[in-house]
Design a protein around this ligand. Structure first.
Ligand code: SAH
Length: 265
């Protein structure tokens, strides 16, 4: 390959990290140990891949843009511990990478246009993942981490907190990327729960109740869930029906969805 210059493609959500202090802050948070099995999503031109490889880990990288795949293969040809997969992370079977008893550690400066479906795709395989560190839009990080009562608390908070614990590590300014995105970013650490924090008997119903409750944020639960939850049910579950969805906890949502199963049987 002669021409190593890559022009960023917007449709692939390409914003390449070029601020070395941000890259080293990310690396410092990861605490990699030699021999660990890591997966990088969207390695791009290798801004994170290169320092990751220096820590002597085993690394699988999943990249959608075929031009970048060839660039990476060329750049890291002397690193046998790196396997580059030319694939769409949204369809990639991450559990197929797991060998024996290990769990994967996942990292990525994610393409923002696919970040939420990708998070759910990964969390559905949460049992094979030790932890995940992602660069996301700060707005999305805040929504994932939000607690009941906050304006940012919504469907994404409840669903994500069912699957994992989430912590915002630090913010990253737009100038740290090329091209410069319109929004501030942040690095988040997600650790899938070994055991769900609440009992949810039917995940589809749970998802439906959460979605329905937040579909019109300003409505009371009594109104937004009118079709499915009776007044008596609210009383028996100890949930005030005059509250809005943003005021109730993950446990309350789990109780509501479990009640629905019983009411249907
Ligand atoms: N990690 C690099 C690049 C970040 S930009 C850096 O920090 O500089 C996001 C990267 O994700 C790009 O390389 C883009 O091509 C890739 N990407 C976009 N959609 C993807 C998908 N569905 N699956 C895998 N990679 C994807």
């Amino acid at each position: 390959m002669t021409n190593m210059t890559h022009i960023a493609r917007k449709r692939f959500g390409q914003n390449f990290l070029h601020d070395y202090s941000v890259i080293s802050s990310i690396l410092a948070c990861l605490q990699t140990r030699p021999g660990e099995h890591w997966v990088e999503i969207g390695p791009g031109q290798g801004a994170l891949t290169e320092p990751l490889l220096q820590t002597n880990i085993i690394l699988d990288a999943v990249e959608l843009d075929r031009d970048l795949v060839s660039l990476l293969k060329h750049k890291f040809k002397d690193h046998p511990q790196l396997t580059i997969h030319s694939a769409d992370a949204l369809r990639f079977d991450f559990s197929s990478l797991v060998k024996q008893e290990e769990k994967l550690r996942i990292i990525g400066n994610l393409p923002y246009n696919i970040s939420t479906p990708l998070l759910f795709h990964l969390l559905e395989n949460g049992e094979c993942i030790a932890d995940m560190h992602f660069m996301l839009q700060k707005e999305v990080v805040d929504r994932i981490c939000a607690a009941p009562g906050s304006k940012k608390y919504g469907r994404l908070s409840v669903m994500m907190q069912y699957y994992c614990s989430a912590e915002c590590l630090f913010e990253v300014s737009p100038e740290s990327f090329d091209p410069v995105p319109k929004v501030t970013s942040a690095v988040i650490r997600l650790v899938p729960h070994l055991k769900p924090p609440v009992v949810v008997k039917d995940k589809t119903l749970f998802n439906n109740v959460v979605t329905q409750a937040f579909s019109q944020r300003r409505k009371t639960l009594r109104n937004s869930l009118k079709k499915s939850v009776s007044e008596e049910a609210f009383v028996s579950l100890g949930i005030d029906p005059t509250l809005r969805a943003e005021a109730i906890s993950l446990q309350d949502f789990a109780n509501l969805s479990n009640w629905l199963i019983e009411s249907q049987s």
